[in-house]
Design a protein around this ligand. Structure first.
Ligand code: ADP
Ligand code: TYD
Length: 212
């Protein structure tokens, strides 16, 4: 509880906002859970969220992606942004305001990387997010070769059509690796989950030593 109260005093008086990014199969969901468990043991109240969400826009994205090719990159961008806007106002901001730690599986970096790889200008994608997005405290970009990511998710039902094509994902990975925001850290996603988690945790403690 002590740690929680101290962290509440961070910057604008809100909870911590942590984001995991990376291509499909890079291990995001696995690391989200490991970090959430660790932080809960430290007494923090943790909310885990993901995008696309289960809300109306997220559902629409899933429905439309069943019929690959039926949607333009601009329409795709519009849907992801609507979904995110709703997530920010309904889930992220209220949780942070209540002092909770939010760990989010995919955020605006995914839009820059995936819709950027579809040919949309990164500046335009970025401009549209700036209007409403909350800037995260820390962003872990899990990096694996595309072949590794695809091998890991080969049994997953393919519902995203072009999202999982190899050449496309190579471009997506390249964009993820080009981010230079100070809060972004690229982490090698190839070792075992526990090894990656230790690295993430050690970086986390460097940034928030009060959690030691
Ligand atoms: P993502 O959320 O990025 O798509 P997941 O965490 O769902 O990735 O992992 C995809 C698959 O790979 C799962 O079956 C998971 O158990 C496995 N996996 C996750 N991390 C690793 C890792 N570091 N090494 C090997 N397999 C992993
Ligand atoms: P994913 O995290 O794989 O969702 P699920 O676990 O429910 O399958 O995300 C679905 C796909 O959506 C993934 O291939 C990346 C893509 N995506 C975008 O193209 N743009 C975005 O802004 C987001 C958040 C995801």
């Amino acid at each position: 509880m002590k740690e929680k109260n101290r962290l509440k005093g961070k910057k604008t008086g809100s909870g911590l906002f942590i984001v995991f990014e990376g291509i499909d199969g890079s291990g995001k969901s696995t690391q989200v859970e490991l970090l959430a468990r660790r932080l809960r043991r430290r007494g923090l109240e943790v909310v885990t969220l993901r995008e696309p969400t289960g809300g109306k826009w997220g559902q629409k994205i899933r429905e439309l992606s069943l019929t690959s090719g039926s949607i333009t990159p601009e329409e795709e961008l519009e849907l992801f942004i609507r979904d995110r806007k709703e997530n920010v106002s309904k889930n992220i901001r209220p949780a942070l305001k209540a002092g909770k730690t939010v760990i989010l599986d995919r955020y605006y970096y995914s839009t820059l990387a995936y819709q950027g790889a579809r040919g949309l200008p990164l500046e335009e994608i970025w401009r549209r997010q700036l209007r409403f997005a909350v800037v995260p405290d820390l962003v872990f970009i899990l990096d694996v070769p595309v072949s590794t990511g695809l091998r890991r998710i080969k049994d997953r039902p393919v519902i995203y059509g072009h999202f999982e094509e190899k050449e496309y994902l190579k471009q997506v990975r390249k964009i993820f690796l080009s981010f230079r925001d100070p809060q972004c850290l690229v982490v090698d996603g190839r070792p075992a989950p526990a090894v990656i988690h230790r690295k993430i945790w050690s970086h986390f403690l460097k940034k928030f030593p009060e959690l030691k």
